[in-house]
Design a protein around this ligand. Structure first.
Ligand code: ATP
Length: 308
């Protein structure tokens, strides 16, 4: 990686939120992360450790309490078309057709930029051009015949395709995906994994993809980041999450589908698990080796202790 000149640099980032009694709680603790253009970064870690917070910082929806998020060496501005986001649910407007959902971002942007000086005829022409562009994306996502349908008429997988197209049409440099396939059944999920790899290849984007599924993280990512708040430092027990693992995935990228079932992949999953996380077994940040089976699902310390 070109570490000296990364596209995105989270530089010594701390994120703190006020707790109920007003004292600040550290969520992200000194995150330093350099990312180059075109990486497919998957992010795993215990529930509540700060994965979505990390995405919000990269989106520019929030600013770090300390440190900086730099894009091309400059402090990140407010969210804009350079950075798209797809959530597990609720990315679509239920009252808009598939076509209008996809066109929405372009329309909103044009409305903000051109209102007041475009003549009605020009606006109509521009809108037609947007719809033509959306049609290209509809074909790309295999939903060319669904332009006039509404989200409630679509399956979960189809809805997520539309949500992805809604982001892609803005041609973002960075696509942020927060457990986008978490609500899908196994078959649809596999189909969507191949779909996003295809889109990533075609659009040459950088992707951040949060998931609780380690297999998914290893299959999709060119790089897997492990974020966790369970660690010790020389100063005592850690506060807030750090990046405790940063793995380049083998198998080339995008990987052949049979990588999903390969020995190489199960070794990587095992390695991440064994260098992973459990609240009961705090390790020094230098030598993580935490092995609870649910480490990457739910590790709320009280819950975990109750389960034992
Ligand atoms: N605006 C906020 N104010 C206060 N606390 C917040 C705020 N946003 C997030 N948090 C807290 O920050 C922590 C990290 O939340 P975040 O949603 O980033 O974790 P996560 O790893 O994405 O969780 P999950 O895996 O469950 O989706 C949580 O304890 C959450 O309650």
């Amino acid at each position: 990686m070109n570490d000296t000149n990364p596209m995105l640099h989270l530089e010594d980032v701390y994120m703190r939120y006020p707790s109920r009694d007003g004292t600040p709680i550290t969520i992200l603790n000194d995150i330093d992360l350099k990312v180059r253009q075109g990486e497919f970064i998957t992010v795993v870690g215990p529930s509540g450790c700060g994965k979505s917070t990390l995405l919000r910082l990269i989106l520019g929806a929030e600013s770090p309490t300390e440190g900086a998020v730099l894009l091309d060496g400059k402090k990140l501005d407010a969210p804009n078309r350079n950075r798209g986001i797809v959530f597990q649910k609720y990315s679509l407007f239920p009252h808009l057709s598939v076509m209008d959902n996809i066109v929405f971002g372009l329309d909103a942007e044009a409305h903000g930029m051109f209102l007041g000086w475009l003549k009605p005829g020009q606006m109509r022409q521009r809108r037609r051009a947007f719809r033509d562009q959306a049609q290209v994306y509809l074909e790309r996502i295999g939903l060319a015949d669904a332009a006039d349908k509404y989200p409630h008429e679509l399956s979960g997988g189809m809805r997520q395709r539309v949500a992805i197209a809604q982001s892609l049409i803005m041609k973002p440099r960075i696509l942020l995906m927060d457990e986008p396939f978490g609500a899908l059944d196994h078959a649809t999920r596999t189909e969507m994994q191949l779909f996003i790899l295809e889109q990533w290849e075609q659009a040459e984007m950088t992707i951040f993809f949060v998931t609780h599924d380690l297999e998914e993280a290893c299959f999709l990512g060119s790089r897997v980041l492990v974020l966790s708040q369970y660690y010790q430092t020389d100063a005592g027990r850690g506060q807030g999450a750090k990046i405790v693992g940063d793995f380049a995935t083998p198998g080339g990228h995008p990987k052949p589908t049979d990588f999903l079932y390969s020995e190489e992949m199960s070794q990587l999953v095992h390695r991440i698990r064994s260098e992973g996380l459990s609240p009961d077994n705090l390790q020094h940040i230098r030598d993580f080796n935490l092995t609870h089976r649910d480490a990457f699902r739910t590790v709320n310390p009280e819950e975990w202790q109750r389960e034992q």
